[in-house]
Write a protein that binds this ligand. Structure first.
Ligand code: LLP
Length: 381
């Protein structure tokens, strides 16, 4: 259960992010326990939230780090993750980023194209190193989620397509500074229909067969992340159903002897522990609509503007009446709207508003548009 103490929240200038570290720990404990049943290895996807106290909890709970930039690798290492716990993904790794990762001797590069393999081979060669890699394969599985966060279809830019694999395998035999140790998949994010992961398992099993028939042995299978959370009822299910999620992979993934299974979870680990707290600046009555104008906007949380995503909105200060408001921010864009016709208690200037389930892809995606100050973060122990 999220711990939001109004008196404590009132002490801080708005807008700000409030993180409940207790809920974070409960979530990590549950994930660790369920993954541990099958010796599954979980890398935390730093892109969801890279704040130090969050990284600290991840490290303490024994998770590895899934990074998509040189700076994320740096953040992981500075915060105590061992290089052999770091994987580096991304469709456009720059030479500087690759060189940095090589210098750190990270566990694995998740490679997304033949061209990238060539460049990695060359850069590793210059350093006299051998880079461990997993091939990111595009399994053409529909994640049934928002099109902007679907990644595993052939029309997406991510991964190597099935028909390219033969050629890539031939290419790999020529690349002396690359060691293929695994295959990697990630089909999308905010996936709430678990049957999608079952389809992924079926495809992964087929790819495993394909590699085995060519006598290529793989030390690990990385199935990516994507487990969704309940944005509509954050109170009912603050901790995602990791039992069902990991259990499904145990049931349907055909793991070969000695092989490790890796995951890259972001959202499911951190979404529910973060809340964006904002103050009502003005109430404006329109013809058909009332507007509650907040001091937080799309600069602090862009998800509703970018993906039309739903976040539960609550008035923490007032409990009287029920009125519908369009809850909007101060930014000069019509898309700067957190929710339309939201039913709230009668709301007035100065009320504190909580925008829930904002711990993942909230603060990390904030911007300085309109030269806004960066919102602070507070942590409830
Ligand atoms: N692995 C890879 C290769 C990824 O691209 C991602 C997310 C993850 C793991 C972690 O996925 P998660 O477990 O968090 O679903 N900004 C969007 C989400 C973008 C996800 C990008 N990739 C949002 O706010 O919904």
């Amino acid at each position: 259960m999220l711990n939001l103490n109004l008196e404590e929240l009132q002490q801080h200038p708005t807008p700000f992010y409030a993180y409940d570290l207790n809920l974070l720990r409960q979530t990590l404990q549950a994930a660790k326990q369920e993954a541990g049943k099958y010796n599954f290895y979980v890398h935390y996807a730093l892109k969801a939230n890279a704040n130090e106290p969050v990284l600290d909890e991840m490290r303490r709970h024994g998770f590895g780090a899934d990074c998509v930039s040189g700076n994320e690798i740096k953040a992981a290492i500075v915060n105590g993750f061992a290089p052999e716990q770091v994987v580096f993904a991304g469709v456009g790794k720059s030479d500087d980023e690759i060189n940095y990762a090589l210098d750190q001797d990270i566990f694995c590069f998740n490679c997304e194209s033949g061209h990238e393999l060539e460049v990695l081979n060359e850069l590793a060669g210059k350093k006299g190193k051998i880079a461990r890699i997993a091939l990111r394969i595009n399994p053409n599985v529909n994640a049934n989620t928002h099109k902007y966060i679907t990644t595993g279809l052939e029309e997406n830019k991510f991964g190597i397509n099935a028909w390219e694999l033969e050629q890539v395998l031939a290419q790999l035999q020529q690349l002396e500074h690359i060691n293929l140790i695994g295959i990697h998949f990630h089909i999308g994010s905010q996936i709430t229909d678990l049957s999608v992961f079952r389809n992924l398992c079926t495809r992964v099993n087929e790819f495993q067969e394909w590699f085995a028939s060519r006598n290529v042995s793989l030390q690990h299978i990385n199935v990516g992340g994507g487990l969704g959370v309940d944005y509509y009822h954050p109170e009912q299910q603050p901790v995602p159903d990791f039992e069902a999620y990991f259990g499904l992979f145990d049931q349907f993934l055909e793991v070969r002897p000695g092989q490790e299974v890796h995951f890259e979870l972001g959202r499911a680990l951190v979404a529910q522990c973060g809340t964006l707290i904002s103050k009502v600046l003005y109430i404006k009555n329109g013809q058909n609509t009332n507007f509650a104008i907040l001091d937080a906007g799309m600069t602090e949380l862009i998800r509703p503007a970018l993906y039309q995503s739903y976040h539960k909105i609550e008035n923490l200060s007032s409990g009287r009446g029920e009125v519908r408001y369009d809850v909007v921010g101060p930014i000069c864009e019509s898309s700067d709207c957190f929710g339309k016709a939201v039913l709230l208690p009668e709301t007035k200037r100065g009320d504190l508003i909580a925008i829930r389930t904002a711990g993942a892809y909230g603060e990390v995606m904030s911007s300085a548009y309109n030269l806004r100050d960066k919102a602070k973060a507070i942590y409830m122990p």
